[in-house]
Design a binder for this molecule. Structure first.
Ligand SMILES: Nc1ncnc2c1ncn2[C@@H]1O[C@H](COP(=O)(O)OP(=O)(O)O)[C@@H](O)[C@H]1O
Ligand SMILES: [Mg+2]
Length: 234
């Protein structure tokens, strides 16, 4: 049984359902990637797994426990970190303050964790005293990922972490994400850069209109002619 599962998720924002029996899962130390066209429900699936969308059907389990009824805050306390697609940093706060905000649930000393984030993203150490709003897009994404790591999550969920960054910055960020996965954290990520993301993915989910269209290893999806033609630009 995978470590995190969003199983048979059906629901939406109050009107018609957006998700139709969607199933997503990831194991510790693994990278699972969700790809699919704009409006397919990728972000909605992430919100559902994080408890920001009421499910009409289906459930979410973490380490074998049913967490479907837990609030997002309670999920953070249970070991989930989430970096949403938009507004994921406090632009008027410094880099250090952003990271401190990430640790708001922790009662213990988080100095070591902040050092680990600075080791992972050295530019953040240099810019620790600068407002996050002054940073480049790629650096802001590092702040957002670093903030989510401050609670020492067992699962890290990232919605389009490379949106709007150059290919070089994207490769660099993917390398860092691989590094995080190697520490044993489960990574569930939505990506527009589907080919590159599936390249580093253990598992991939192609979502279309709120439902699973293809599910396989990253390598198998990359090699599938139909997936390539329809979703990866050939
Ligand atoms: N807050 C919201 N309220 C109502 N509908 C929404 C909301 N967010 C997204 N949607 C709708 O849900 C569908 C899926 O959106 P989304 O999950 O953002 O897709 P993706 O992330 O795959 O681009 C779209 O039709 C979108 O218009
Ligand atoms: Mg989205």
């Amino acid at each position: 049984m995978p470590f995190l599962i969003g199983e048979n998720m059906t629901g939406g924002y109050g009107g018609a359902d957006i998700l139709h029996g969607c199933t997503i899962s990831v194991d510790k130390g693994e990278i699972a990637v969700i790809v699919g066209p704009n409006g397919a429900g990728k972000s909605t699936a992430m919100k559902a797994v994080f408890g920001m969308l009421p499910l009409r059907e289906g459930r979410v389990t973490l380490d074998g426990q049913d967490i479907t009824g837990l609030s997002p805050q309670a999920r953070v306390a249970a070991g989930m970190g989430f970096v949403p697609q938009t507004s994921n940093v406090f632009t008027s706060m410094t880099v250090r303050e952003n990271l401190e905000m990430g640790a708001y649930l922790r009662q213990d000393d988080f100095t070591d964790t902040m050092e680990q984030v600075f080791d992972l993203f050295p530019i953040l150490r240099e810019k620790a005293a600068q407002p996050a709003g002054e940073l480049s897009g790629g650096q802001r994404q590092q702040v957002a990922v670093g903030r989510a790591l401050m609670t020492k999550p067992s699962v890290l969920m990232l919605d389009e972490p490379t949106a709007g960054v150059s290919p070089i910055v994207m490769d660099e960020l993917f390398d860092r994400i691989l590094e995080v996965a190697r520490t044993g954290i489960a990574i569930l990520m939505v990506e527009q850069n589907a080919k590159q993301a599936l390249n580093i993915a253990d598992k991939g989910f192609v979502l279309v209109q709120g439902a699973n269209r293809f599910t396989d290893t990253g390598a198998a999806l990359l090699a599938d002619p139909e997936v390539r033609r329809s979703f990866l630009g050939g």
